[in-house]
Design a protein around this ligand. Structure first.
Ligand code: GRF
Length: 219
């Protein structure tokens, strides 16, 4: 089996990146992380990636000013040079243009800290608390030009507790993120995910392997 060559794009601490790197250490994991690319030179995840022996590249978006196309062309050149086959966005805080997204059809996935299509955008945990939802979670989805949209690959759910702050809820959801992202990448890298009418159909695995529900714990 040839493992898919994966780049992870980050902007910050990179805990999801770390979860993917850890998962890819398994011999039977169908993807290898060949590159971590950050748009911020100070992203904490860069040191973690380097310590794991993974090549890192910084393409600082600020040095491109308003030239978003130039920034993306630079990223694309590096990704092509490294013969990347799949991209994982992991806390990558730049909006991507339709041109860049179009280079990676059904080959780029993102993790979002909410049960899409609820709570697209930022501050998802506070907005979930404000809305009073009892179940919250995270979603891995294919990237399409519209932000936080695109066919859903996997989701994980947690209970919302009455005492939760945005921070405690974020921590509970983050554990789920670290579980579902490696799972989703595995399914995509194995070629099991077929997009049909904007829905993902997962071939050959049973439902528990594409969703994750954390049982409620007593308060
Ligand atoms: C995560 O909550 C992820 O869902 C969101 O940005 C955050 C990144 O965290 N897209 P980390 O850098 O992976 O720790």
């Amino acid at each position: 089996m040839s493992r898919k060559r994966v780049a992870i794009l980050i902007s910050g601490r990179g805990s999801n990146m770390t979860a993917l790197i850890e998962a890819a250490k398994a011999k039977d994991y169908p993807a290898e992380i060949v590159l971590v690319l950050s748009n911020r030179p100070d992203a904490a995840g860069l040191a973690v990636a380097r310590a794991a022996g993974i090549a890192t590249v910084v393409i600082d978006h600020t040095s491109y000013g308003k030239d978003r196309a130039g920034f993306e062309r630079a990223m694309q050149a590096v990704l092509e040079r490294e013969r990347v086959e799949l991209i994982c966005l992991a806390g990558f805080m730049r909006l991507l243009t339709p041109w860049f997204v179009g280079q990676w059809p059904a080959r780029m996935i993102n993790i979002h800290p909410a049960l899409l299509p609820a709570f697209k955008g930022l501050d998802t945990h506070q907005r979930a608390l404000d809305a009073g939802v009892k179940i919250h979670g995270a979603t891995v989805h294919f990237v399409v030009p519209e932000m936080d949209s695109g066919p859903i690959v996997a989701q994980g759910a947690v209970a919302v507790h009455d005492e939760d702050s945005a921070e405690t809820l974020a921590a509970r959801v983050l554990k789920v993120e670290h579980h579902i992202y490696p799972l989703a990448l595995k399914l995509v890298a194995e070629g099991r995910v077929h997009v049909d009418n904007d829905r993902c159909r997962i071939m050959g695995v049973r439902p528990p392997e594409r969703a994750f529900i954390v049982p409620d714990t007593p308060d």
